[in-house]
Design a protein around this ligand. Structure first.
Ligand code: PAF
Length: 289
């Protein structure tokens, strides 16, 4: 079905063998830019594709809703899927290859290898979603092996994921440069996310509070506040005033180690995970005092 939405300028590849063959041929003297996604594409993904287009000779986008990074009670089954819309968007962005493997292709019967992520994958998101980053690291490593990009593009919106992937690349010596692109936001500040589609209009209004709280945190730091507990309180107070928001965590951490900071003396990242009704949203802001 999807194939008919794809003009001949973009190749749709579904098997690992074909993807590897394409990469093998294409790599000779050319730069492959890679944008791994789980689909339900939006402006955030589009900005990654554009960044890849600017820097690379060929752009590969993958769409794969990776079961290994969802916990048993998470939204794997209902994660938004829009293959027609996604293919059309990739075609408009002049993507060269859309790689859409099936779960059976990526994890065939007997697949039993996982990448274990250390402390940076066990805090924050990793603490509330055990195994999540092992699932992310495993699939990203597999995709790097298959697509063989020189450069891969990720959004800052998933800040911890970018730290985990940079560490993966460093520790396992992948010859891939990781480029982190700025979070793309709606006009009112809400970070673009595939999960925003779950929000009712009332929840959508309430969800603005995440960015407002991050801005409040930044403002306090820029005014000279150095006690991270005070900055965190200012952020959480704002969120608590906004039902139906429920904070899962609000953290102020070192940008590379993700260690909690008590006294703000250098750059920090403010990170939030907040439930808006039944939808879990994350966002972050890098602040240099
Ligand atoms: O950010 C995502 O969409 C996913 O975590 C990724 C990197 C595609 C791995 O499944």
């Amino acid at each position: 079905m999807v194939d008919c939405y794809i003009k001949r300028t973009m190749r749709l590849i579904k098997t690992i063998k074909q993807m590897r063959q394409w990469a093998e041929r294409r790599r000779r003297g050319k730069t492959i830019g890679f944008v791994p996604t789980m689909g339900a594409l939006h402006e955030g993904h589009r900005s990654l594709m554009r960044a890849a287009r600017r820097r690379c000779d060929a752009v590969v986008v993958s769409i794969f809703v990776n079961p290994a990074q969802f916990g048993p009670n998470e939204d794997y089954a209902r994660y938004p899927r829009d293959l027609k819309g996604d293919a059309a968007l990739c075609r408009r962005e002049k993507v060269d290859v859309l790689f859409m493997p099936t779960a059976e292709t990526v994890y065939p019967e007997g697949h039993d290898t996982k990448i274990l992520v250390g402390r940076i994958g066990e805090v924050l998101e990793g603490a509330v979603r055990p195994g999540h980053f092992s699932g992310v690291a495993t699939v990203v490593a597999k995709l790097f092996q298959i697509v063989r990009p020189q450069i891969a593009f990720f959004g800052q919106k998933d800040y911890q994921q970018t730290v985990v992937i940079k560490r993966l690349v460093r520790d396992l010596n992948f010859p891939v440069k990781i480029v982190v692109c700025p979070t793309v936001r709606e006009k009112d500040g809400l970070a673009m996310s595939s999960r925003n589609r779950y929000l009712s209009s009332e929840e959508r209004n309430a969800s603005r509070v995440l960015f407002k709280a991050l801005q409040k945190g930044r403002e306090r730091i820029q005014e000279g506040e150095r006690d991270s507990a005070a900055v965190r309180d200012a952020m959480t107070l704002l969120i608590q005033e906004q039902p139906p928001a429920r904070i899962e965590y609000a953290a102020i951490v070192h940008p590379d180690t993700l260690m909690e900071v008590t006294q703000i003396e250098g750059p920090v990242v403010l990170l939030l995970a907040v439930w808006i009704g039944k939808t879990r949203l994350i966002d972050n802001l890098l602040v240099k005092p």
